[in-house]
Ligand binder design. Structure first.
Ligand code: IMP
Ligand code: MG
Length: 172
């Protein structure tokens, strides 16, 4: 069966919002070094576009965790598939995520990363679905708040498809 794809956030809107967030981060950090921790695979497009527009030196590191299988509902478990490469003690961390849904992933990751004693830790997400929140998460930078629909594109997948779309779409 072929899914229906309806664009809800265009490429232009994404790029404009990414620039606005980058400007805020540049102001907040005022030239201080930043370490991005990109949550694979969904956060990759956002991290790359965002990093290019920020006026600080940015280290990149990556984690991959799974909380979803190849379906549209959370399995409830978090497993680290890929861990950090570099120590983060004393660093200014920004977790770069594609979307916050239940908050389960970030609740787990924040606790995990705080134990490694970074100087600071902030959360930057492109998308937020607050209606579905189970864990209370303090988000520092949000691109767009969206309703409870399953979406794809700009890093986000449905069964590993659609990640390379330059826009965000609802899949039905
Ligand atoms: P949480 O742990 O429930 O907050 O889920 C976060 C993760 O679920 C995200 O990083 C995504 O990988 C995935 N996810 C949540 N909602 C969607 C969606 O609408 N489309 C694609 N992936 C999603
Ligand atoms: Mg993700």
């Amino acid at each position: 069966m072929k899914e229906n794809i309806n664009v809800i956030i265009s490429e232009e809107e994404i790029q404009k919002r990414v620039s606005e967030i980058a400007d805020r981060i540049s102001k907040d950090y005022n030239g201080e070094d930043i370490s991005f921790i990109c949550i694979l695979k969904g956060g990759i497009m956002f991290m790359v576009d965002l990093a290019k527009k920020i006026n600080s030196n940015i280290e990149f590191d990556f984690m991959e965790v799974s909380s979803y299988g190849n379906n549209m509902s959370s399995s409830g478990n978090i497993k680290i598939n890929k861990d950090l490469q570099n120590p983060i003690e004393g660093k200014n961390i920004i977790i770069v995520e594609d979307i916050i849904d239940s908050g389960r992933t970030l609740n787990y990751l924040c606790r995990y990363l705080k134990e490694k004693k970074p100087a600071s830790i902030k959360i930057c997400t492109l998308l937020d679905k607050p209606e579905r929140r189970v864990f209370d998460i303090k988000v520092d930078y949000t691109g767009f708040t969206i309703p409870d629909k399953f979406i794809v594109g700009y890093g986000l997948d449905y069964a590993e498809r659609y990640r390379n779309l330059p826009y965000i779409a609802v899949i039905e």
